[in-house]
Design a protein around this ligand. Structure first.
Ligand code: SF4
Length: 276
């Protein structure tokens, strides 16, 4: 049996870079599988039509150096800014940003909400593990209130962002949230995000047993997966009401699915009017 016939993702990966450097039990592998499953289901035999952009952090290593594709590994918090330039320079490219909650929602938070507001055609996959994993387990913008981290040893006094609701409210055409315990739904959501014109955001809740599970007592990868499976799934077309996320209260599913005009189309419409 050839190596490629062993796993559907292998033809899309640089085998010489494997095995990955992720900790044992990290959710990054499941996010990789969901993304490659979506690309494969869309009929892409390779990644030549895609460019992947990431920031800094563990999940920023999902695509670079492992994907057999053009990848841009950029500075902390600036992945969407780089991706915006890339898309404007070559609108035919399928641009996918993949990065973590700290990179995208704290350091890069302004880029995230303004890209959603512009509704620029790209996919952003946010791997949300509730903490800064790579840099030592510091409190982040999605860490739950009361969680003990390396920078909140007595408990986090802040309230977390609900990223799916934030990006939906900012104007993205498509927003969904799934977890590493929902691989089929996650792959379907990423597939929809790739097909959708405009800004698409898929929040992937992912286990970080090393920094989050160990420090907060949420446990091993198996225990975290069991926890994620208990999250409620939203009903189709359920109203998106504001709420502060809690460990038990994070809902999954689709938060926005609309077809508002995309940024580059909007620019082209204005230039056409100027020329007329
Ligand atoms: S620190 Fe956490 S997020 Fe980073 S590779 Fe390890 S388990 Fe994964």
């Amino acid at each position: 049996m050839s190596l490629h016939s062993k796993h559907f993702a292998l033809p899309y990966l640089r085998e010489e870079t494997l095995p990955s450097t992720f900790c044992s039990g990290c959710g990054a592998g499941e996010v990789t599988n969901a993304l490659i499953r979506a690309v494969k289901d869309l009929g892409h035999a390779d990644l030549s039509k895609f460019s992947f952009v990431s920031g800094i952090g563990c999940s920023s290593w999902i695509t670079s150096p492992y994907f057999r594709a053009d990848t841009l590994h950029t500075t902390h918090g600036r992945a969407i800014a780089f991706a915006t330039g890339l898309k404007l320079a070559n609108p035919d490219l399928k641009v996918i940003v993949i990065s973590g909650d700290g990179d995208l929602a704290a350091i890069g938070g302004n880029h995230l909400i303004h890209a959603a507001r512009r509704n620029i055609d790209m996919v952003v996959i946010c791997v949300n593990n509730y903490i800064y994993g790579m840099t030592g387990g510091q409190v982040g913008p999605t860490t739950f209130t009361g969680d003990r981290t390396s920078t909140s040893p007595y408990g986090n006094p802040e309230r977390p962002f609900d990223l799916a609701r934030l990006v939906a409210a900012a104007g993205a055409n498509y927003v969904a949230r799934w977890t590493t315990a929902h691989p089929v739904q996650a792959a379907r959501a990423i597939r929809t995000a790739i097909e959708k014109k405009g800004f698409s955001f898929v929040e992937m809740i992912s286990q970080c047993p090393t920094a989050y599970g160990r420090r907060t007592g949420t446990g091993s990868p198996e225990e975290m997966i069991a926890w994620f499976k208990k999250y409620p799934v939203r009903k189709k077309d359920e109203p998106v009401e504001q709420r502060i996320p809690t460990r038990d209260g994070l809902d999954l599913g689709v938060f926005a699915d609309r077809n508002e005009i995309e940024f580059i189309d909007s620019m082209r419409a204005i230039y056409r009017n100027l020329e007329a």
